[in-house]
Design a protein around this ligand. Structure first.
Ligand SMILES: NC(=O)c1ccc[n+]([C@@H]2O[C@H](COP(=O)([O-])OP(=O)(O)OC[C@H]3O[C@@H](n4cnc5c(N)ncnc54)[C@H](OP(=O)(O)O)[C@@H]3O)[C@@H](O)[C@H]2O)c1
Length: 325
């Protein structure tokens, strides 16, 4: 087999395409030949040594892929050779992987393997922020940071299904045009426009009911200037670093607004197999019915994984970048 591993943290050059021994499966595992691998922003954070959950080195990067089953361990029920599957929550930058049966999700034959590889992290994150943490209702409003990224485009598609009003932030007019075509209601270019003023203008001065913030950083408390009473702020990323806000002091400044703040990490769902199985069933159903469709920005050969990281780190992508073995 071939895999992309890191032996140390650093720039894209630390991603090494290596020949390794084929994995052998234990009774609880499944061997999957990978056809498509999804690249996530968190992979670049691990590569740079900035992620809260770092693997032991050398480490195969990645967390999600799709392919076909080669063989099934004796204790695994309900999976068979040749079946199309998603392998999730396991190192995935490889041509073949052995994965516990519990992390292998069968998908209908009709589903494209690139779209299947792109599905788990971005749609699970979007889905659970909207429906598990917030319990969003039709007619409510959402402000989503990085609206043209993987999670952002998943929020747009799931938000449309939920009947909510969506405002997105992005850095270029080209990205704004693309996501407008995807059906987002309003886009604000945060490089050229005053975000707080525009959000208040678009919500009749009230602010939004939900903010999905994957940027964090020093301006985190500005979110409270554009939130509706009893609005909810979900923090789910550190693109600009950890927020330096004294949150309790910020919340205490305007008690009558009664804001809620949550932090979301997908591991909370991965560690809850029942919740994860239910949402996979819903999302795979949506994909099979054409209600959602992952936006694929580019497909890059696995041996050139550094190029894929480069695209993400230069913020060039609209939707997902995939690696192809
Ligand atoms: N908590 C979780 O479980 C979870 C799960 C998935 C993803 N995430 C996090 O969510 C974020 C988005 O993920 P993704 O898959 O959508 O990533 P992505 O496709 O790589 O998109 C990231 C986008 O964020 C924007 N951005 C980056 N740095 C920024 C900054 N300093 N200020 C404002 N915007 C910035 C850029 O878009 P513009 O050019 O439009 O600004 C960039 O293209 C990542 O930070 C990721 O780590 C968290």
């Amino acid at each position: 087999m071939n895999a992309v591993r890191i032996h140390e943290t650093g720039g894209p050059e630390v991603l090494k395409y290596e020949e390794l021994q084929d994995p052998k499966i234990e009774n609880h595992e499944v061997l999957v030949k990978i056809e498509s691998i999804s690249v996530n922003f968190s992979d670049t954070l691990i590569r740079r040594g900035l992620y809260p959950y770092m693997p032991e080195f050398p480490a195969i990067l990645g967390n999600e892929a799709a392919g076909k089953i080669v063989s099934v361990g004796g204790d695994v029920k309900g999976l068979s050779e040749g079946q199309k599957v998603i392998a999730f929550g396991y190192p995935s930058y490889a041509t073949i992987v052995s994965v516990p049966g519990s992390r292998v999700i069968p998908i209908p034959e009709s589903i494209d393997l690139d779209e299947a590889a792109a599905l788990p992290i971005i749609y699970q994150t979007a889905y659970h922020m909207l429906h598990t943490v917030k319990r969003i209702k039709a007619g409510e409003s959402v402000l989503v940071y990085a609206a043209a990224g993987g999670v952002g485009t998943a929020v747009i598609q799931l938000g449309k299904l939920a009947g909510i009003k969506m405002i997105g932030l992005t850095s270029t007019d080209e990205k704004a045009k693309e996501i407008t075509a995807q059906g987002i209601d309003h886009v604000i270019n945060y490089k050229t426009e005053n975000v707080i003023e525009r959000v208040l203008e678009l919500t009749d001065g009230k602010g939004v009911d939900l903010i999905l913030d994957c940027v964090g950083g020093p301006n985190f408390a500005d979110n409270f200037k554009m939130m509706n009473t009893m609005g909810h702020l979900i923090w789910f990323g550190i693109a600009a670093g950890n927020p330096s806000t004294n949150l309790l002091a910020a919340l205490g400044k305007e008690p009558a607004k009664s804001y809620a703040v949550s932090m979301f990490h997908l591991y909370a769902i991965i560690n809850n197999p029942k919740l994860m199985a239910e949402s996979f069933k819903t999302l795979i159903g949506y994909l099979a019915e054409g209600k959602i469709k992952p936006i694929i920005h580019d497909r890059i050969p696995l041996e050139e994984a550094g190029k894929a990281h480069d695209i993400l780190e230069k913020h060039e992508n609209i939707g997902k970048v995939l690696l192809k073995p």
